[in-house]
Write a protein that binds this ligand. Structure first.
Ligand code: ATP
Ligand code: NI
Length: 353
């Protein structure tokens, strides 16, 4: 059995709203194996960031609460840690990077000083040693002329360079787990690809595990070992990157896959979007939370929540169609199998061109 670095079990979190406490995540479970990358995907508002902030125990400071569940990090439950303990864990063992690198950096210190400061706090290094290490970190994240760059301020650098600095700062203390929340969303497309490559490379070099949050299935395809698909606060499907892309079981996952730019637009058609919008956490639908937007909705979907069912390989999905044996009973919509075939054909085509 592969070792698990992170096991999230039935994580339920909430925020206080006008209607009382609303659940931002509802019994969310996901596992991350040592040395692997788990991508959490889903539209805006699906609870990806809340899940990440919960692991960091920063959700408390964002006005939220952990209502129930466990988050085992190397077997120890982070839910039970004091904020004092978390101060040691954050920055040392688990670090997090965000979408906007500029706001993650302090404008009044040089980037070298900021990385050195992290090392002095967490690794208790002396001034000189911390500075040298900081220059070395800039080198390792691919910043040319690191001695000179270390003396620059964030505003003197491009967005891509700043994100490299943020990554250098996050990795300076050699964390076991890096949580990256939309790390490339704010960057130009070409820079995005570079940063993704860098993260993949550094994950190997530093021997870390990565929890990467993205709304972009293309990004997940690039970096993920496993993918957890979240919708309106719940995991609706989870599996290996191959399972999710080649045998998706949840209509929401299929919708996300169909919305990938390039996959379908190559055929000259318009880009597909899933009809409707994700509900606010104060108005989660009854039954299957995806039912109002599902092209295959059945009676039971409106009334009862589908259970998460696991295949032998550990591919998990929550959909009543899984139970009833397909969505092709006298319907005109394409069934899952058709969609799979179309997706696979498109992928092959996209790979060829
Ligand atoms: N401080 C808060 N107070 C109230 N509700 C909140 C708060 N933070 C988040 N939420 C709600 O929790 C739900 C999940 O938010 P979250 O930020 O985790 O979504 P996300 O999947 O990360 O989306 P995005 O892709 O936009 O970052 C949303 O409905 C959001 O409105
Ligand atoms: Ni988010």
């Amino acid at each position: 059995m592969a070792e698990k670095i992170l096991q999230i079990r039935n994580l339920t979190t909430g925020f206080l709203t006008d209607q009382g406490v609303a659940k931002a995540t509802d019994r969310v479970s996901m596992d991350l194996e040592k040395g692997q990358t788990l991508c959490v995907v889903g539209e805006s508002g699906s609870g990806k960031s809340v899940t990440a902030l919960s692991v960091m125990r920063l959700i408390d400071f964002a006005g939220g609460v952990i209502i129930d569940g466990q988050m085992l990090f190397n077997g120890e439950d982070l839910v039970r840690k004091s904020q004092n303990d978390m101060l040691r864990i954050r920055g040392n063992m688990i670090t997090m990077i965000f979408q906007d690198p500029i706001s993650a950096l302090n404008p009044v210190f040089t980037v070298g000083e900021q990385i050195a400061e992290t090392l002095r706090i967490h690794k208790r290094m002396g001034k000189k040693e911390a500075w040298l290490q900081s220059v070395d970190m800039l080198y390792r994240v691919g910043i040319p002329d690191p001695e000179m760059r270390a003396k620059q301020y964030p505003y003197e650098m491009s967005g891509g360079m700043c994100q490299r600095v943020v990554i250098a700062m996050a990795l300076a203390c050699n964390p076991e787990l890096l949580i990256a929340d939309e790390p490339t969303t704010a960057l130009d497309v070409t820079v995005q690809a570079q940063i993704l490559d860098l993260l993949k490379q550094l994950k190997q070099e530093f021997g870390m595990s990565m929890l990467l949050i993205t709304h972009d299935m293309g990004v997940a395809a690039e970096v993920a070992d496993r993918i957890a698909v979240m919708y309106a606060g719940a995991v609706v499907e989870e599996g290996t990157v191959q399972e999710i892309f080649e045998q998706p079981r949840h209509p929401y996952t299929i919708g996300l896959l169909q919305s990938i730019p390039g996959l379908h637009s190559k055929r000259g058609g318009e880009l597909y979007t899933i009809k409707g919008a994700i509900p606010p956490i104060s108005r989660i639908p009854s039954g299957c939370r995806f039912h109002p937007r599902c092209p295959h909705v059945m009676d039971i979907c409106r009334k009862e929540e589908p259970p998460l069912k696991s295949s032998l390989s550990g591919h998990i999905a929550a959909c009543w169609l899984d139970e009833t044996g397909g969505m092709d009973k006298g319907r005109n919509e394409p069934n899952l199998q058709d969609v799979h075939e179309r997706l696979t054909a498109d992928r092959v085509e996209a790979n060829r061109s």
